[in-house]
Design a protein around this ligand. Structure first.
Ligand SMILES: [Zn+2]
Ligand SMILES: [Zn+2]
Length: 380
């Protein structure tokens, strides 16, 4: 039998679905109001009716599909290489001295493509999941797990938005915005008609209260306009903000607190230029850009960076070396571990533009001589 504590947690988890249910009910009602009340019952011109219904259904399907994908795509966790082995866990537990624990974590981190640190320069370690956090990975307290490239935990989808579903989230914002704009634009003339036919608003309200079906339909059309236009405004701001984040290659968390590299915090540390940044989220296949199917590049655990790193503690990859800047010091801008095909694709693509960025901004960082002390630090 499950302990009462876990039953309580399960009860709370059911409540987390309330915002999703709320959105779903609004969408279902908007479907009824637009399709039945506006298109079928109100619009008389057959051509207009068919065009509106066709465009509406395309937007509706894309919107619901991307919303579904954002909600039900499980967030991705770090690969097993980042988890502490059984012997390392025991070793870490046995050690009381912080310096010895530092040594253990530093030894494990040496073989992994980890370039970011905590604010104080420590290796990023999650003592809930017992793993070394890959770059851009954060522990979500709502999901109780480490999420790759965590953007934020979104109550409206009851899921963490991160590497696995960020593209779906972007498309969800885009299609919901288009959906609301389309409904607002096509509903506008009927909304105006409602207020200007005889100008007697008071009489219409009385009719509504009397429950005349015709007036009820018109009130639904009017309310649909209000709801769609209000959602359009808030979605436009949110979508514009996330477009900016994609172009800058930052997550929402990184926009609030810049990732810390060995030379210090750098908000543009993962930026490879707008085009490559976009492709990192949406992929290289243009035909997949508008579809909510997974096409992001990489494995979510390691990311190319335009920063040059000369830390002798980290192994460098032959593929990551850049001959043009080699004379400036050891460079390994790309992960030293063997990479999956998709990841290698990302890194190779990112390499040229990353160099351009570096040349343009003249940002070459040599940190080999000042490796900060490593400490075990809990990061939120
Ligand atoms: Zn964790
Ligand atoms: Zn979460």
């Amino acid at each position: 039998m499950a302990p009462s504590g876990s039953r309580n947690v399960d009860c709370w988890r059911v409540l987390y679905w309330i915002p999703v249910l709320f959105i779903s009910l609004i969408v279902a009602w908007s479907y009824y109001a637009y399709v039945v009340q506006l298109c079928i019952d109100t619009i008389e011109n057959m051509g207009e009716k068919i065009v509106y219904l066709l465009v509406y259904h395309v937007l509706f399907i894309m919107f619901v599909w991307s919303y579904w994908q954002t909600i039900f795509t499980k967030p991705m966790n770090p690969l097993k290489e980042f988890h502490l082995s059984h012997s390392d866990k025991e070793l870490l537990e046995r050690e009381d001295r912080r310096e010895s624990q530092q040594e253990i974590l530093r030894r494990i981190a040496k073989d992994l493509p980890i370039y970011t640190r905590t604010m104080s320069g420590a290796i990023r370690y999650c003592d809930h999941c017992l793993l070394l956090k890959p770059d851009r990975c954060h522990h979500c307290s709502a999901c109780d797990m480490c999420i790759l490239k965590m953007d934020h935990h979104c109550p409206w989808v009851n899921n963490c938005v991160g590497f696995a579903n960020y593209k779906f989230f972007m498309l969800f914002l885009a299609y919901s915005l288009l959906y609301c704009l389309f409904v607002t634009a096509t509903d506008l003339q009927y909304f105006i008609q409602f207020w200007t036919v005889d100008g007697k608003t008071h009489d219409r309200l009385i009719q509504y209260l009397n429950g005349l079906p015709d007036t009820q339909a018109k009130f639904q059309i009017m309310f649909l306009f209000f709801a769609a236009s209000m959602f359009s405004v808030s979605l436009a701001f949110l979508f514009a903000y996330h477009c900016w984040l994609v172009c800058k290659n930052r997550s929402t968390l990184e926009a609030f607190r810049a990732p810390t590299f060995q030379h210090g915090p750098d908000k543009d540390g993962f930026s490879l230029g707008t085009s490559k940044n976009f492709r990192q989220v949406f992929g290289n296949e243009k035909k997949c850009w508008l579809l909510p199917v997974f096409s992001s590049l990489g494995d979510g655990c390691s990311y190319p960076t335009c920063l040059v790193n000369a830390d002798p503690e980290q192994p460098s990859s032959p593929s990551g070396r850049n001959p043009s800047i080699k004379s400036a010091g050891e460079s390994h801008q790309f992960p030293p571990k063997p990479l999956r095909e998709s990841q290698s694709r990302l890194l190779n693509n990112g390499q040229s533009e990353g160099n351009e960025d570096r040349d343009k901004r003249g940002r070459i960082f040599l940190t080999g001589t000042s490796n900060p002390a490593l400490t075990i630090e809990k990061e939120t």
